[in-house]
Ligand binder design. Structure first.
Ligand code: SIN
Length: 310
């Protein structure tokens, strides 16, 4: 049997393998670099960056849940200036494939961030995070409405220029994710990231108060994997030619395979990294073995396989 072609594509960009980090779970990659060579990861998706430095929400901002985790970080980060001066050159020096995630409080802020990225060398794609659940105002969850989701993507498309693929990160906390996907595809995205965390809450039965200072947080980890599989399946069925970066509770190569069978062209590993910083490489190796066992010699033949003949 011939060697596995493990490469994947998003828009015009090719990635050597389909296992990426998930935004927010490995910052800009430096924490992971002590455990593994970053150039072996399909892509590092950086923590969503905003126009200004941000300290995020008050602590405590993480809580364990059954088969999952709740976070209310609140988009902590250094801001775009420091990110472009420090983080990007460092990632480039590591030969990492870079997907920059951006987040804004207004449509205009997304446009400003896109404009800052347009001339930066070494970036393979931009993830537009329109679905962070940890914002003061639910009106800022742009991905909850077709018109606001499209307005953000149009602003990014206008300002980004060139060929940099745009990937919109959507929320599962909507009635019909296919309609949201349709609106951002019509507005010009090259791909979709499915799914961000689900809005949740934990109350400490000893203190009888919410465990998180921000009260609500985003639920991630294996508990949400069936939601991710469902969302990816529905969106791939409606838009089979739009690449999907799947994520949501992937902790093994088999979990990644499930998202790929549903329709993902790449898979991001997030929460699993907190328990095992080498998870992303282990999952990549397990997936490669599994694909070979199932007689795939080209990874791309497995994308959306669960839809065939159904
Ligand atoms: C956060 O920083 O609060 C999480 C970001 C996200 O889930 O989009």
């Amino acid at each position: 049997m011939s060697a596995l072609d493990f490469s994947t594509k998003i828009g015009s960009k090719r990635f050597s393998n389909p296992i990426f980090t998930a935004s927010g779970c490995a910052s800009s990659g430096s924490e992971l670099a002590q455990f593994l060579p970053l150039d072996e990861i399909g892509a590092i998706v950086t923590k969503s960056i905003m126009t200004k430095p941000r300290t995020g929400r008050a602590t405590p901002r993480m809580a364990e849940t059954p088969s999952g985790m709740l976070n209310s970080i609140g988009l902590q980060g250094p801001g775009i200036d420091t990110f472009l001066e420090v983080d990007i050159p460092w990632l480039v020096s590591q030969q990492a494939k870079i997907i920059v995630s951006i987040a804004g409080e207004t449509v205009d802020e997304y446009g400003v961030l896109a404009r800052r990225l347009r001339a930066v060398n070494g970036i393979s794609a931009v993830e537009v995070n329109i679905s962070c659940p940890n914002v003061e105002n639910r009106g800022q969850v742009f991905a909850c409405h077709t018109d606001t989701a499209a307005a953000v993507i149009e602003a990014v498309r206008r300002n980004i220029g060139g060929e940099l693929p745009i990937v919109a990160k959507l929320s599962p906390d909507v009635t019909d994710i296919v309609e949201i996907a349709r609106s951002v595809i019509n507005a010009g995205v090259d791909g979709l990231a499915l799914i961000n965390t689900l809005l949740g809450m934990v109350i400490d039965t000893n203190t009888m108060k919410p465990k998180l200072a921000g009260k609500t947080g985003g639920l991630s980890g294996p508990a949400i994997r069936p939601v991710a599989v469902r969302a990816i399946y529905q969106v791939h069925q409606a838009f089979p030619n739009t690449p999907i970066v799947g994520m949501g509770g992937v902790a093994s190569g088999r979990d990644a395979f499930e998202l790929i069978l549903a329709g993902a062209s790449a898979v991001s590993v997030g929460t699993a990294t907190f328990g095992d910083p080498t998870a992303v490489i282990k999952i990549k190796n397990q997936l490669s073995e599994l694909l070979t066992q199932r007689n795939f010699d080209n990874f791309r033949d497995a994308i959306g396989f669960a839809h065939r003949g159904v």
